[in-house]
Write a protein that binds this ligand. Structure first.
Ligand code: NAP
Length: 524
């Protein structure tokens, strides 16, 4: 790959660099450009995240936010739009009104807007002018030059063209960073094409591929729980773990996003990125230390150890579903075809599958993954189910013994729950009862748990890529997923229908039942 710009901080991208735990200092000057500054992502996630960081006093004084879109807005108009919209996304309740207003005022004062069509060659001089004219006289690349972040909150087809133009106008310097949102491609070839186009301008160390699951507190805590404690790691292997379940369920349907979603489906939209990333963090080996490349190196090894899916594996170990009409929270909801506005789509809104990590630690331990829309509840969780005790020591005892389970709750409530068996208090015979040790983030930690975007955006500004996906990870994930897509295409079958508001098609339950197991439907 022809890399035009030397890596961030002058380090080769293969070197580990700063440990992730030791936060690098925030730069004093930053220009944060959001392509797609008027879009849903910018208004719902990016601007609220920056607002919160500003409220906490984390943004340096010299931090400009430059929204870019084709909308006919001058800077004042954009500022007005954000001032009116932001309280809809960051609830003022719970904040001191004066502090909230001051932070809003400060954030709005940082905003600029440029009218620019990313597909047109004109207009880019404005961006060049704004980035180069910071009202200071320091030499370009000098210590006071601002760090430039380019956040691509636009359709992926624009990623390559935008990077090429940024290069042409000469605003990509060694400290610049680019942030890419999913989807990065819809198969291996298209992912490579996007990565090539962006990589022709930015060094890999300057590219931040965001998966917001990696910014969630509970997901980051998974690494800490595993590697900063001694008791779990000796059990974290095929000798003691029976199987692992990873569920990302949504109760919402596709809503307005039907057009986009129908070209994607649950496997591309969720499994290829979020679920495989959760699997990697669960299965990875301990790195020597938690650093910018070491964690990503270990995750990559997990992806490379996934057992490839041949046609027979796909037929046996994957289930596709599509929701039909049903009840969610007691309300009648429409079928996918109605949400989409047409019948006959073969796009899956649900996937369940059984994966295997073929290495010494995990040989023979199934990883069951499932994700779906319009399911009975909104939940993201990882459940590690341990083996039954090797010997029943309490013959004749009443009550159920259940295998120990560790639930890692990712959303909506972040936390962790360890299920044990205990003796029920009382005289006479021993009665066994399942109990749990609970760690709820909300009750254990008094401080507000920041949204994943808050942490990730600050990581971008600091130049810490630990919690972002590297090119080789994204492409390894596509390599594993692609044979599944190809087999489904070859079969040409329509996904199984499941009523909205349920746990998916019964075939998903059968996937585990035939192995003598069952999905954990509640965290109790
Ligand atoms: P959106 O609401 O449709 O917003 C798109 C933004 O891009 C708008 O600001 C639009 O403004 C701008 N834009 C479109 N074409 C442009 C062009 N030729 N030149 C300059 N600006 C242009 O989309 P979104 O939901 O924010 O999503 C943006 C990206 O993030 C997509 O790739 C999406 O897949 C990804 N993503 C979104 C979410 C989410 O929660 N929304 C989550 C994950 C990933 P104008 O039309 O005024 O130009």
């Amino acid at each position: 790959m022809d890399q035009k710009h030397p890596p961030l901080g002058g380090q080769p991208s293969s070197q580990p660099g700063t440990p992730a735990g030791a936060a690098a200092a925030l730069p004093e000057h930053c220009d944060f450009t959001v392509f797609g500054g008027t879009g849903d992502l910018a208004f719902r996630k990016l601007l609220p995240a920056l607002f919160h960081r500003d409220l906490e006093g984390q943004l340096p004084d010299d931090f400009r936010i430059i929204g870019v879109s084709r909308s006919d807005l001058d800077t004042e108009g954009y500022q007005q739009l954000v001032r009116e919209a932001l309280p809809g996304h960051v609830d003022p309740a719970g904040h001191d009104p004066a502090t909230y207003d001051a932070a809003l005022q400060r954030l709005v004062g940082r905003l600029h807007h440029l009218v620019l069509d990313a597909e047109e060659p004109d207009d880019w001089h404005q961006l060049h002018g704004l980035l180069k004219d910071r009202g200071r006289t320091e030499a370009v690349g000098g210590p006071d030059e601002a760090v430039r972040v380019f956040y691509l909150a636009v359709a992926p087809a624009l990623f390559g063209p935008i990077c090429a133009r940024l290069d042409e106008i000469g605003v990509v310097d060694p400290t610049a960073r680019v942030v890419m949102e999913k989807p990065i491609g819809r198969d291996l070839a298209s992912a490579r094409a996007v990565n090539d186009a962006v990589g022709a301008v930015f060094d890999e160390s300057q590219i931040f591929r965001i998966d917001h699951y990696l910014g969630k507190e509970s997901v980051q805590n998974l690494l800490v729980t595993r590697f900063a404690n001694t008791f779990l790691e000796p059990l974290w292997n095929s000798r003691w773990v029976d199987h692992v379940q990873i569920t990302v369920a949504e109760s919402l349907g596709v809503g307005e996003r039907g057009g986009y979603y129908d070209g994607s489906g649950a496997l591309r939209d969720m499994v290829q990125n979020h679920l495989l990333q959760l699997l990697c963090l669960t299965a990875m080996e301990p790195p020597t230390y938690v650093g910018r490349e070491t964690v990503r190196d270990e995750k990559l090894k997990v992806l490379q150890a996934l057992k490839p899916m041949g046609p027979q594996d796909v037929d046996r170990d994957t289930v596709r579903g599509q929701y039909r009409q049903g009840l969610v929270d007691g309300q009648a909801v429409a079928a996918y075809s109605d949400d989409l506005g047409r019948a006959g789509s073969s796009t899956e809104t649900f996937v369940a599958l059984k994966a295997e990590v073929q290495n010494w630690r995990w040989a023979g331990v199934p990883f069951y993954l499932r994700t779906g829309k319009r399911m009975d509840r909104r939940v993201s969780e990882i459940v590690v189910v341990f083996k039954e005790p090797p010997h029943a020591m309490f013959p004749g005892s009443e009550g159920a013994t259940t295998a120990n389970r560790l639930h890692i709750l990712v959303q909506p409530d972040e936390g962790m729950r360890l299920h044990l068996t205990a003796k029920e208090p009382g005289p006479g015979g021993i009665r066994l009862r399942p109990v749990s040790l609970d760690l709820s983030y909300a009750t254990t930690f008094t401080q507000r748990s920041p949204d994943a975007y808050e942490r990730l955006l600050m990581d971008v500004v600091r130049g810490n890529p630990t919690h972002f996906m590297r090119r080789d990870e994204v492409e390894a994930a596509w390599s594993w997923v692609e044979p599944i897509l190809e087999r489904w295409d070859e079969l040409g079958e329509r996904p199984l229908r499941y009523p909205a508001g349920t746990t998916g098609p019964t075939a998903a339950a059968m996937l585990l039942e035939r192995d003598g197991r069952a999905w954990q439907e509640t965290d109790q």
